[in-house]
Design a protein around this ligand. Sequence first.
Ligand code: F6R
Length: 240
Amino acid sequence: MEIIICKNHEEVSEKAKELVVKQLQRKPMSTLGFPTGSTPILLYKKLVDAYKKHLITFKNVRSFNLDEYVGIEPTHPQSYHQFMDDHLFSHIDIEKKNVYLPKNDPTHAHENARLYNDLLKKYQIDLQILGIGTNGHIGFNEPGTPLGQETFVVDLNEGTRQDNLKFFNHIDEVPYQAMTMGIKNIMNSRKIILMASGESKSEAIYQMIKGPVTEQLPASVLQLHPQVIVILDEAAASKL
Ligand code: F6R
């Protein structure tokens, strides 16, 4: 694990951008893995800027998102489809046919998870970008998820639904399920960048780097991956 400590979130995003730009300049046909959440928003803005300055093109890029809610429309303001369009895809030249996100459709969710998993086996991810939850989750792989898990439909526990309530009008609107790449899919990526900013992530970061590899802290599995770069701001690194 290479660990880079930056002053603040701006620098974390700048460093991550530099690495993505380098990846695309070296291999324009890269397959990238994207997260949602608050962490990558500034990175995406910087990637859009780099695209507009003609430093990179996404014309030959294939992308896979880590996860998505099941049971809301892709056009719902809180869907990860919408998030990616808002922050990245609608501003760059990536081709729709090369963009993969887990489907929201609840009726065939398990079948869709199998198909998504097949695609991930077919197209190995060159560079996977990750955020981390305060409990050490990556994607929607919560503590207790087997480390060999492949893409699956996860039932969101009540705590997670309550945490997400702030993004919805009413608890009944918060989805009960999500689909996520499993830990095994994430580990199959050639290279991984994990970004974290803020004090609230410091304990999870400490456990991820210094603690044992355990299902109880899913991100700790990254210790076993040969090419991981962890980019932290000083607050997220404060317990190291
Ligand atoms: C989102 C995802 C999640 C987030 C994590 C951190 O696609 O996979 O694991 O990366 O919950 O979220 P933020 O960045 O909002 O702190």
